[in-house]
Design a protein around this ligand. Structure first.
Ligand code: BES
Ligand code: ZN
Ligand code: ZN
Length: 475
């Protein structure tokens, strides 16, 4: 394990990280570790950083500013960024004293420090040779529970992030299913994989239609976490995640520039798997079911064509005018399936659904679409807390007129090239029907982004902490 939580570190550190909130530096700690006989004139504003060297002992001391209350939701990023930069300096044996941290700071510190160890070079041939830094978070006994909880959350996020960053020649629908199965086995939730034959029997025709152009058949992954001893029949929460293992656009093919980023078109699926994993790791007292329809949207003689009319699990017919609007097709089946078979009290779907959502909110916030004000408000507040921001867009009936088809019950493309994120949400609503507590999150702009942590876009793990907070609140 590259990150240790301990009350008494065994190894000697070559580096010590001292982090303080603005104007709250602890003189005793600075004196103890840095050997300074006076307080340096630092304010410890957000992300402020200084490196000192102990005058006598061979030890590097990093002073890190944690800023003010308004910076609290981004604390984990300050820690991740600080150690990410330091990693390039070679071997690192780091100690992080935390006895002066509040629970919130400690939680974020553990998450950020664990994430600073992410190694994106998983397919580099010299990847094995690079030295792993050792991070020891030095905690008090009474901080143990919160620190361990944070580490579980970070591990769930990192697993999901790695899955998103995995190339699509490796990550086909079956691979996503194996990931879920392995996670379920390791952490204690059940995983059922409906294979193509089963999907035929069940009539999940929209999911099958999207996957029909690929050599890797579609699957539907059904996960269930129940607290021990629970006799609950109906889950309090149902989650559905878009699991497109690669999106070429199909016959309505995408331009080639940046198409490689479409390996991340299963980020909704990864968020759902990661959130259920986190719930199981933390043994939350909530019954939750997750459904991940997974397929590859490929170009092939067998692919569906623009203009085709397909069926769906709900029995409703769909005119497919654009094969690149495939996410809503597989989600239609995922949503109908979870509602019919599990009847969740609350229902949330997450999907990298539209470029339109990125045009609207950029890489700053996900779109939330719901008629349930309470869900919108609660999720907004939780998103602010964990730096997974969401912003509400309208669901007025006026948008539905553009989705009506002459030949089928609905079409998958709006007649007008405007308000694409909203018309996509209206499409989903047609399959959710009368469910009173459903919210759709369009995470296209926030799941896979540029950052200081890599040369190209990489996964953020968006959604896992948000869903976890929501589950804690329900449970
Ligand atoms: N997976 C894409 C949406 C997307 C785009 C996610 C960019 C992340 C980054 C989705 O399947 C798609 O292609 N949507 C189309 C819908 C359109 C054809 C109605 C889009 O947004 O252009
Ligand atoms: Zn698409
Ligand atoms: Zn897509």
């Amino acid at each position: 394990m590259p990150l240790h939580l301990t009350t008494s570190p065994a190894e000697k550190a070559d580096t010590v990280l001292l982090a303080f909130k603005k104007d709250q530096a602890n003189e005793g700690l600075i004196k103890e570790y840095a050997g300074l006989e006076y307080m340096p004139d630092l304010s410890f504003a957000a992300k402020e950083q200084h490196i000192l060297y102990h005058p006598g002992q061979k030890r590097r001391i990093i002073l890190l500013g944690l800023g003010e209350e308004k910076d609290a939701s981004k604390l984990y990023l300050f820690f991740r960024s600080c150690i990410h930069q330091l990693k390039t300096k070679g071997n690192l044996v780091l100690h992080v004293p935390t006895s002066h941290f509040t629970d919130e700071v400690l939680y974020n510190a553990v998450i950020g420090l664990r994430k600073s160890l992410i190694n994106n070079g998983m397919y580099r041939t010299n990847g094995q040779k690079t030295e792993e830094p050792e991070i020891t978070v030095v905690i008090d006994e009474k901080q143990s529970e919160i620190a361990h909880e944070a580490l579980h959350v970070a591990e769930s996020q990192i697993g999901a992030m790695k899955l998103i960053d995995t190339p699509s020649n490796i990550k086909n629908p079956a691979y996503i299913a194996s990931y879920a199965q392995a996670s379920g086995k390791a952490h204690g939730f059940t995983v059922k994989v409906l294979d193509a034959q089963k999907l035929e029997e069940l009539g999940m025709k929209a999911l099958l239609a999207v996957g029909q152009g690929s050599d890797s058949p579609p699957v539907c992954i059904v996960m269930e976490y129940k607290p021990s001893g629970s006799t609950s029949q109906k889950p309090a929460l149902g989650l559905v995640g878009k699991g497109i293992s690669f999106d070429t656009g199909g016959i309505s093919i995408k331009p080639s520039a940046n198409m490689g980023f479409m390996k991340s078109d299963m980020s909704g699926a990864a968020a759902v798997i990661g959130a259920i994993e986190a719930a199981a790791r933390l043994q939350l007292s909530i019954h939750v079911v997750g459904v991940v329809p997974a397929a590859e949207n490929s170009v092939d003689a067998k692919s569906m064509r623009p203009g085709d009319v397909i069926g769906s699990y709900s029995g409703k017919t769909i005119e497919v005018l654009d094969t690149d609007a495939e996410g809503r097709l597989i989600l239609a089946d995922g949503l109908s399936y979870i509602i019919k078979n599990h009847k969740p009290e609350h229902l949330i779907d997450l999907a990298t659904l539209t470029g339109s959502c990125i045009a609207t909110l950029g890489n700053v916030a996900a779109g939330i679409f719901t008629k349930n004000d309470q869900m919108a408000n609660v999720l907004f507040g939780l998103g602010e807390k964990v730096n997974e921001r969401i912003w509400r867009l309208p669901m007025w009936e006026d948008y539905m007129t553009e989705m009506q088809s002459d030949i089928a019950d609905i079409k998958n493309l709006s007649s007008k090239p405007v308000a694409g994120a909203i018309t996509a949400a209206k499409f989903l609503e047609f399959f959710v029907e009368e469910h009173q507590s459903w919210a759709h999150l369009d995470i296209a702009g926030v799941a896979f982004t540029e950052s200081e942590f890599a040369r190209t876009r990489t996964s953020t793990g968006f959604g896992i902490r948000l869903l976890l907070e929501y589950m804690k609140m329900l449970g």
